[in-house]
Design a binder for this molecule. Structure first.
Ligand SMILES: O=C(O)CCC(=O)C(=O)O
Length: 207
């Protein structure tokens, strides 16, 4: 199995921007999540098993993302049409043993490209094949303030994880997800476009 589809850009934000982003996040409540993580979500509420999605309490992406989205769209010609409909903040602290187990992100609602801004400390996003997790692991280093894109084979065929031992200091991941073609131009485009309009208000608060 080839390993392609991962790119990392260093220094996507400055140290001053990082400090301001984290201060803004910490001014909002964090919600306890699985495996010692805490989270803040800005996005539609989805039932992945029943394939149902609704805006529910979604009030848009947060204002802090407004300058970052055009910046990431300008990184490559390929990212020009990346329009996020969800932003999720995950807070990892070593004292809570925070981690995320190997998994795929959903394929029905979330599109091919996952984009993550890594804040505060270095960690590794580790990739392994679901059928042979012990055979090989590819650890992608993520320095603070770097931006990661996962797409293609890395997104579709490889599980990704953050291991507990790779969280040595507080670390925050800010992840943006796009919609699948079904919601952009296919059968469910009316639903998809309503969610995109909401996302683009940049008036969101964590749900
Ligand atoms: O913390 C990370 O960088 C990965 C997060 C992740 O895998 C997810 O949100 O599905």
């Amino acid at each position: 199995m080839p390993f392609t589809g991962v790119r990392v850009w260093l220094d996507f934000v400055t140290e001053a921007e990082e400090t301001a982003l984290v201060a803004q996040m910490d001014a909002w409540p964090w919600t306890d999540s699985q495996s010692g993580r805490r989270k803040q979500d800005f996005g539609p509420k989805a039932n992945f098993k029943k394939k149902k999605v609704k805006a529910a309490n979604f009030t848009g992406l947060p204002a802090l993302a407004r300058p970052l989205i055009p910046r990431l769209q300008a990184l490559t010609a390929d990212l020009k049409d990346f329009v996020p409909v969800e932003q999720c903040h995950l807070d990892y602290e070593p004292s809570r043993g925070a981690a995320i187990v190997p998994h795929f992100d959903d394929f029905w609602l979330w599109g091919e490209r996952l984009i993550t801004l890594n804040l505060l400390s270095t960690t590794f996003l580790c990739f392994q094949l679901p059928d042979e997790p012990d055979a090989l692991e590819i650890a992608v280093p993520l320095p603070p303030r770097s931006l990661l894109e996962v797409k293609g084979v890395a997104r579709m065929a490889w599980h990704h994880a953050v291991h507990r031992q790779d969280v040595s200091q507080r670390r925050i991941a800010m992840t943006w997800r796009e919609l699948t073609p079904e919601f952009l131009s296919g059968e469910r485009q009316a639903e998809g476009h309503a969610l995109l309009d909401l996302a683009a208000t940049y008036t969101g608060l964590p749900m």
